[in-house]
Design a protein around this ligand. Sequence first.
Ligand code: EPU
Length: 430
Amino acid sequence: MDKFVINGPTRLTGEVTISGAKNAAVAIIPAVILSDGICRIENIPNISDVHIITQILYALGADIKRVNLNTLEIDPRNIHTTVVPHELAKRMRASYYLIGALLGKFNKARVSMPGGCDLGIRPMDLHIKGFEALGATVKTENAMINCTADNLIGSPIYLDMVSVGATVNIMLAAVKAYGLTVIENAAKEPHIVDLANFLNSMGADIRGAGTDLIKIYGVPKLHGTNYSIIPDQIEAGTYMVAAAATNGDVLVKNVIPKHLESISAKLEEMGVQVEEYDDSIRVISNGNLRRCNIKTMPHPGFPTDMQPQLSVLLSMAEGTSIVTENVWGNRFRYIDELRRMGMKAVVDGQVAVFEGGCKLTGAPVMATDLRAGAAMVIAAMAAQGQSEIENIYHIERGYENIVEKLTALGADIKRITVPDETPKAAARVS
Ligand code: EPU
């Protein structure tokens, strides 16, 4: 059980380079299944979620060559099974993209219900509605989702609520279907656009990605491609908030500033200086933070995946701030942990009220999910004294080289390997 040990307070200064987007990578890697040729994908973040999805493709029979730490060549032509067992699928949420990709390629998929962060109820009704609209029969038995189709046929599909996962999965299943599929009320996140660009680079005909109406004209065949994944919007936002929380001055490089507008706007509202350049953003804070309210929304609204990190900043600002979580039902669990560091907040259902002006102090805390863990790292760097963060595997699912990147900015952060304390391990040691 490894942990981070962080001594604060720190003032982050310097430059940090943002990695490729996790949520684009975990959609694009399964999308390779649809190709009839080799795909070379660059700017893949070297994180555990990517390792897991890559291992699943390997287990299905894909040939995978690691060109370098951030580039893979994947040849899907030897994939020999459409079954993804529980042992593989349970390890991450995005394993459900195997359903759309396998169904789209082979007209069948049998995939175990996915795992992933516990953010509240995570239904798949919209994914299933989409597969069925395309002509698939979907049955769930023994926690396996079983999809079969004679032929997939394009169809209009209205999403009752905006869902990133359903939009991705329907795109994957529809890209080779016969005729036109129209997704109405589609998600508009940057990684949706990135996936559409990737599929189009393989010969797909997808139009409108980035708007709420996506048209997919089915094509019979997709070929290999070379593609580079976009920078990670949430990793960038996390470093921006980290700079603001530590009175820092950080140039966040390799970003698409347009993807960060909702985050930049909130930081500016709080009195943080944000300077935008072509592919970088500089964040400067003098420590005088003003309160503000946040409501999380699908893109281009304020991202739920930045809510815990920004809430740390709100607890340090002058005045009381209100955060409304509109996407997930259970995304305030980190508050109980951060109370140990001095955060003051009251939670009522989907709303949390943060009392500002908290002087955070170091404490042992436990990452409850990926973004909660990122929030704890930020709090620990701003706090007086030493913090220990456990369950860092959550954080390492989504942040490449976080210790190295923060250390280069001046943080005092170490990753400590804690020996297993079970009697068996103890016996081995003695
Ligand atoms: N929903 C349904 N039915 C469905 C699908 C979703 O009711 O069939 C609901 C969910 O319960 C939720 C809302 O729709 O209330 C949005 O869920 P969405 O499907 O958009 O989420 P997701 O695809 O499971 C992705 C990201 C999450 C991110 C959300 C929202 C990936 C792999 N995951 O999840 O990222 O929070 O979109 O932006 O892309 C993270 O990176 O830390 C993370 C959790």
